[in-house]
Design a protein around this ligand. Sequence first.
Ligand SMILES: NC(=O)c1ccc[n+]([C@@H]2O[C@H](COP(=O)([O-])OP(=O)(O)OC[C@H]3O[C@@H](n4cnc5c(N)ncnc54)[C@H](O)[C@@H]3O)[C@@H](O)[C@H]2O)c1
Length: 708
Amino acid sequence: MSEPVTHAMNGEIAVVTVDSPPVNTLAREVRAGLKTSFEALRGDPAVKAIVLACAGRTFLSGGDMREFETGILEPGYHEVLRLIEDSAVPVVAALYGSVMGGGLETAIACHYRIAHKGTRLGLPEITLGIIPGAGGTQRMPRLIGLEPTLDMALSGKPLSVADAQKVGLVDKSVDDDVTAAAVAWARELVAAGKGPRRTREMTVAGAERAAEVIAARRAAAAKGFKNRNSYNVLLDAVLAAAELPFDQGIARERELSSQVERAVEGRAYRHLFFAERELRKIPGLTADVASRKIARVGVVGAGTMGGGISMCFANAGIPVTLVDAKPEALDRGLATIRKNYERSVTRGSLDAPTMERRVALITPTLDYAALGDADLIIEAVFENMALKKDIFGKLDAVAKPGAILGTNTSTLDIDEIAAVTKRPQDVIGLHFFSPANVMRLLEIVQCARTAPDVVMTALDVARTIKKVGVVAKVCYGFIGNRMMDPYGREAERCVLEGATPAEVDGALEDFGMAMGILAVYDMAGIDIGHLTRVERAHLLPEDPTFYRATALLVERGWLGQKTGRGYYRYDSPDRKRTPDPEAIAMFAAEAARLGVPQRKPSKQEIQERCLYAMINEGARILEEGVAIRASDIDIVYTAGYGFPSYRGGPMFYADTVGLKAVLDKILEFQKTLDPQYWQPAPLLEKLAREGSSFAQWQSAATASSNKA
Ligand SMILES: NC(=O)c1ccc[n+]([C@@H]2O[C@H](COP(=O)([O-])OP(=O)(O)OC[C@H]3O[C@@H](n4cnc5c(N)ncnc54)[C@H](O)[C@@H]3O)[C@@H](O)[C@H]2O)c1
């Protein structure tokens, strides 16, 4: 392999070039190379200035995530950046691409910065629950001032070059070759007798108001970023820049940075980061399995889901044939698609010509024969087995050989659907989440006979349409909805016991769920879940309190937001949810009829009942092999169900609580609540008794499958 960092003279200017594909990560080898080059150039009288440049897609893009596992290897960031900053001749950074995190921290250790116009510059650490740890919290306020640093680091959002120039982060911008421009500028600096301009020697603009500014930001973070400590730690670090000399500030940053890295929040984000990288490792699916080419897609059903799914493909530039049984449904579906796009245009996130191009990619038709040239067909009609079987029969007749037949069913047995076709190997579940054009999750349901290359294609399709694809096996509700069932059951039961919907949802939202489950039911339509329970009544517990609150609401016709009331009322001018005393009284009367004693479960009890019921089901799913890894479940929940990423997903969260504590609580609930619902999953029991965790179980399982 060639050296990742080299240097060469261009007249009196030394150009240090990093070339470490794919994205010039500041890995150990790159830092070592920078050290070697800057040491070699130090004191060389022929060198009048240095340009730090990169080859390939981008300037140094960021730190190396692998070092979270190994710890930072030598040479460390501070040593290398100090060496660059110490240079006795001016150092000019030539920026382009994505200059993030450690990449930007390196850029601000240089003395001057010139950027290509399209460059994005940011400190995204906070989105991973950590803080800039390579001097960023100390140099950035010195370079651009307190408020701009806080705006950038607390949001994690990158700046454009124009904005970076406004705050003085970038000195100059160019349209063409930034390295050549940097060399030319370095020459000018030398000619003008300009020397180094060290960021660490600058004073922080706004330092005198630092305490006040930081206190205001702290108050805002407490509101906007509930349960998150990394914001406070970041504010502590930036405050240190205003109050301490540089070296002491760096020492403080180091201490604070290692504190957040070890904290649950930082570990949770890293867990999810690495979990996403595992998703394509599927037993029996070797890397040499070639995926099928998907150039045209068919979607059956122009309703809520079919419309959103069509948009996903149109957004990726893939033509879609959209079939419905009724012309009016087709018209309505297309009108909704257009309305959704128009909203993006109004908001400014999409331009009108792009919208027109996307809409034009969707061809509506009533004729199934039009699906004959589709490489992938996704069915999204009503959730009804007989109907889906009938449609798969039709698809089998019209689809070309090798076409993949997907279903968006949320609950039905896909093996049974596949069995009506002569090509069960080509059938797969593709479970999108509503709104399908927005939600990141795609559950890929591998049926008993699905061919490996069909699974591989589904994983690639997920990537093409910018979703995170998680493979699950067939069972009722797959991973996500199956674990929602016991979670919702406990929420509902708490309502019957006398907690108000607002108390139940409040407890779940305080934990960090994006929305309480009862409000979710109101949003999705209360009848949806109820109807699946009616169909499956013969399989459900004979318990008159089971999901009784929902059933009552359905009986009253209070189906949620679409009817203006459900668990809550939605008739205030802003259509926000408000408590409904009538519904609350109705639940109390029903509880009296059923003999459910009235009490007020505490916030902690509501949280533990709902979450531990969910986690227990997760353990069963793992044992049955419905999910391949505990971390896959965590991705499903954080990407598709509003579980807080800073808690790492339900299984990671269980590990942080400790499986023994979770088990003990479940055993306590077995005594104090309805015992039929509180049978600990054997895997949870085993791991808890061994003092183990889902993570340990997963790595042992991975190690043994690697050996096999
Ligand atoms: N809505 C959700 O939140 C959600 C989420 C995930 C999965 N799903 C699943 O997606 C599927 C569709 O749900 P939806 O909410 O989009 O339903 P929907 O009622 O909004 O749309 C269904 C569409 O299918 C059409 N249709 C019915 N029979 C047809 C036929 N024989 N041929 C062609 N089109 C036909 C209907 O005219 C209607 O336009 C269901 O299986 C559902 O379980 C829904």
